[in-house]
Design a protein around this ligand. Structure first.
Ligand code: ADP
Length: 464
């Protein structure tokens, strides 16, 4: 699924989901409770019926035994008052008497309760009635009478589970509707209670971490807060950068425009024209340097934002690089009456050669520019005792005051603005160094003392 398609799909409503979930849980609980209650009630009810039939059958058999000599008429008198079905069955299954049927009945020898009673003295069984939702419970006892073995059986028709449910169904539906309504109202209230603090959270994102209502939301709140701070910082930095760039560009442009106007209007004496043109040239060169540094920084910024590595990565021979830069910079050093020396020991890093040339050139250029006549600059590279390759530039120049040392890597920060400008500085050299080091996962150490000099060491990660 593309990002566009994902954005078009509206997220589901949390309120609706919670409400539905709560109602569902409520209904499921009610249905489960009712089913369990009906089952338990039916079990206890039929148990009660079985116990009643057993007691009745025992009492009837005692009375029947006392009353006669195995004649079915004696039972007919006794059965009349019981209100349950009484049957007297001969040992061979012939029905001798049935309180609910005057017509002759079929042989009952195959009835489970009769078979059980003949075998063990007593038997019981439950059978589905012809009426839907009802069942008949039987209890039978074997009697040894003067007329032979007989079976006395009592039976009672009762509601089964379905019968019981059908009876209470309208009530049940009524209860369910009431419970459903209650669950609906309760779930709406509970959902509002749950969702409202989350909605309120979005009203004030500045204090989101302090206001977080549920501990499960702490990671989210933390991410939002961090992201916001990062955005604000980026925005401030961007604004400051734009203001600085405009200011830096305006000064040389004003100068160029002024000198050009003097020449254009003929106000400049012809003897001054070459000097004015030289000023214009110098300011234009400053602008070119500034724009090229800005472009380079913006390129480094985008590589960093994409969390990528610099392009053209590969093994870079630091010793060769140091020698090359020392040669290039010698002319500049001489112009400033500074001695440039190098000590290039074998060292290789995994990196982008062009960027490493830029980094070393910037450090070397600063060491020359912020030096004094007769000073020296030492350019070194090698592998430290910890196995990490390093690049080091040391000078015995003017040094950087302690309180500025942490700031010199910021964009446009300069300790001495006029000296920086006079020597062609853009205020972006060390910011570029910092970015390149970051992209190479290198560490920068700065040691400096005013009047004594500065040493900047870039330590690269150890090669695997
Ligand atoms: P600039 O273009 O002004 O040199 P940089 O970013 O290269 O900008 O350096 C920032 C500031 O740090 C400089 O303006 C300067 O004041 C100070 N600085 C940098 N390198 C040195 C050094 N080797 N010795 C003394 N000061 C330095």
């Amino acid at each position: 699924m593309s990002d566009e398609e994902r954005r078009q799909i509206r997220p589901r409503s949390m309120t609706r989901r919670y409400r539905r979930g709560l109602i569902l849980v409520g209904v499921l609980c009610v249905v489960a409770t009712l089913t369990a209650a009906t089952l338990l009630f039916q079990r206890s009810y039929t148990g009660h019926v079985d116990r009643y039939l057993q007691a009745l059958c025992t009492t009837l058999s005692d009375a029947y035994r006392l009353a006669g000599d195995g004649n079915a008429d004696a039972l007919a008198d006794l059965a009349g008052d019981t209100g349950v079905r009484c049957t007297l069955i001969d040992g061979d299954g012939t029905v001798l008497y049935d309180s609910e049927s005057t017509a002759p009945l079929t042989n009952h020898a195959d009835r489970p309760e009769v078979r059980q009673a003949l075998e063990s003295g007593a038997g019981s069984s439950t059978r589905q009635s012809q009426t839907m939702g009802r069942e008949t419970h039987y209890y039978a006892l074997r009697l040894d009478t003067p007329a032979g073995t007989q079976i006395l059986r009592v039976g009672e028709e009762v509601d089964n589970l379905w019968g019981l449910s059908a009876d209470t169904l309208p009530l049940l539906i009524g209860a369910l509707v009431v419970i459903l309504l209650g669950a609906g109202l309760l779930s709406a209230w509970l959902t509002r209670l749950l969702v409202q603090p989350i909605n309120r959270l979005a009203e004030n994102l500045d204090t989101i971490e302090a206001d977080v209502p549920y501990e499960e939301l702490i990671p989210l709140a933390r991410t939002v807060q961090t992201d916001r701070k990062l955005r604000e910082n980026n925005e401030t930095m961007r604004r400051e950068f734009t203001a600085n760039v405009s200011h830096e560009l305006k000064t040389p442009l004003t100068s160029i425009s002024g000198y050009a106007e003097l020449i254009e209007t003929g106000m400049a004496k012809s003897a001054d024209v070459p000097a004015f043109a030289a000023r214009i040239h110098k300011e234009a060169k400053r602008m070119i340097a500034l724009v090229s540094d800005i472009l380079q920084l913006s390129e480094l910024d985008s590589t960093q934002a994409a969390r990528g590595t610099p392009p053209d990565m590969g093994p870079v021979d630091l010793a060769a690089l140091v020698k090359e830069i020392a040669q290039t910079m010698t002319v500049n050093a001489r112009k400033a009456y500074v001695t440039l020396q190098y000590d290039a020991r074998p060292a290789t890093v995994e990196g982008c050669r062009d960027q490493l040339v830029e980094l070393t050139t910037n450090l070397c250029d600063n060491a020359i520019r912020y030096n004094r006549p007769g000073g020296h600059v030492d350019l070194r590279c090698g592998v430290g005792p910890d196995g990490c390759p390093y690049l080091e530039v040391e000078d015995n120049g003017i040094g950087i005051p302690q309180d500025s040392q942490s700031r010199v890597f910021e964009r446009f920060y300069r300790v001495d603005r006029s000296r920086s400008k006079a020597t062609g500085g853009t205020g972006l050299g060390l910011a570029i160094v910092k970015h390149i080091a970051l992209l190479h996962e290198a560490r920068i150490d700065l040691q400096s003392q005013v009047g004594t000099g500065t040493t900047i060491r870039v330590t690269f990660p150890q090669k695997n």
